[in-house]
Design a protein around this ligand. Sequence first.
Ligand code: GTP
Ligand code: SPV
Ligand code: MN
Length: 602
Amino acid sequence: MKPTENKKVLDFVEKSAELAQPDEIVWIDGSEAQTAELKAKAVKSGELIKLNEKLLPDCYLHRTKVNDVARVEDRTFICTKKREDAGPINYWMDPKQAYELTSEIARGSMKGKTMYVIPYSMGVVGSDFAKIGIEVTDSVYVVLNMNIMTRVGNACLKALGKDGDFIKGFHASCDIDAEKRYIMHFPEDDTIISVNSAYGGNVLLGKKCFALRIASYLGRTEGWMAEHMLILGVTFPDGEKKYVAAAFPSACGKTNLAMLIPPEHYLKKGYKVECVGDDIAWIRVGKDGRLWAVNPENGFFGVAPGTNEHSNYNALQSTKRGTIFTNVALNTDDMTVWWEGLTKELPQHVIDWTGKPWNPEKFDKKDKSTCAAHPNSRFTAPAKNCPCVSPDFDSLTGVPLSAIIFGGRRASTTPLVFESRDWNHGVFIGSAMSSETTAAAAGATGVLRHDPMAMKPFAGYHMGDYFAHWIEMGKKVKNPPKIFNVNWFRQDKDGNFMWPGFGDNMRVLEWILKRCDGKVGAEETAIGFVPRAEDIDLSEMDYEISAGHPFGIEDLKEILKVDKSLWADEAKEIEGYYKGTIKDRIPAELWDCLETLKNNCK
Ligand code: GTP
Ligand code: SPV
Ligand code: MN
């Protein structure tokens, strides 16, 4: 029985089946019974390994092929009719060619297999913010992950009604052939096609493909924004609540900041931090002239390595039930999972992420190839598991933003925190962001590259137009959030982090929120407003920077410094990026900010 009469849905499913030729079609209803059946099937086929039911109830481990462990940016395409609409930094393919190429690859690829049809909603089903997608896939792993990451089932079909439109997603695992892997986006047709991958961001089409690439395109035409941002709420001792959204590139700390536990003395005073989202924010202008944000997801697809009881207790707790782990190591002593950084002691009986016995004696922190878990190994955990999930998580209206924060991994130059002079200057700061690459995408790590607003891999259209959209949005909000930039990743000459990060980032958040209320001063510098060191609360700090020296105000001063000569170089670099890479469609407001920066650094 088909659970919908929506002809567009039925047509899409029929066409997909005609192409891929599955033996059967199964509609996913999101029910516990069906989910349990699929888990059992995946365990039987070896696609999932069941973990210790007592210690990790309803948790599973999945291993991908070794050639399929991260997003593949150079195989990710924006297929607009006009090349220039995809812009200078997206890979582009002519839509006709892209449809032909992927059809050729996917034809008959589901023979002998089941095609699952997943109706899902990004956002609370039926809310003003929500948008519906249908993903067809031949992977049970995808179905089970989508079940956690999105709101899945018949309610979505009901919300679509007889005639509603949706985002079409076609995924075929094919042979997981890296040479024939394509992640294609057709923003003009509301369509996504993914072939030859079975890894996270490439195949959970509701996430980066829909909620960022397609949604950013929609947002531009419809007057809202889809951003690579966490959303968190801070409750003050007097009960007041404020919300912040922050854009950091992949594997640069969104999940960690979103679930931050404040230092002890903040907790004692009554501060509380709650998580609304850890990766994606959809943002609209509210009737009150403020920006309001929702998290369209329903779970966390979080980086495992480095997550432990101290660094991110809330994330770790989130993974204790109903979680799918991808490419972490298996501890065969008790059928639990392990990854680098989970515990100080190395477990002795471990199968690494490729399925081979692991030798802890050969482990060398600096050599990724000796790791038991893949550096981009992940957990897919239901948001409701998170001890600090916000009561606003399912809010239909979203939450009002007091501040927007940009940030990246910068070993030098960028201070711990600074504030933009106004909205347009904030947009400039976002547009000028650079960050060191991480394991979240295939390719070299640690290479400094431009990643405007942490959206380089995710903007579904021309980056110059995207900047212009930000400027336009600023004109629509009477009470815009203040815009800040942070850098948790400054390093000393020996490569040690100069700021403790994690929970101690609360100290910076507090300064940011005080600035939003005009409750604290700042120093105006060449790049914007920087805190006076005395204004950041360092009490009860418990961090030793290199050589056993406890972190103090002098260390803070060091990472708040703005070195004009470095920033003069940075300005040249930004100019080179604007002129040489983005080339056109950059709004005049941003050129003005660049001129100001250059003049300020003379
Ligand atoms: P995506 O899911 O890829 O978008 O990543 P993310 O931005 O959510 O990053 P996440 O919070 O998972 O952090 C990635 C890595 O950065 C982990 O290894 C963390 O341990 C590390 N990290 C996060 N916050 C901090 C911090 O404040 N300081 C330092 N030094 N490292 C951090
Ligand atoms: C990221 O890379 O920013 C992620 C993981 O959040 S993925 O879903 O693979 O894109
Ligand atoms: Mn992300």
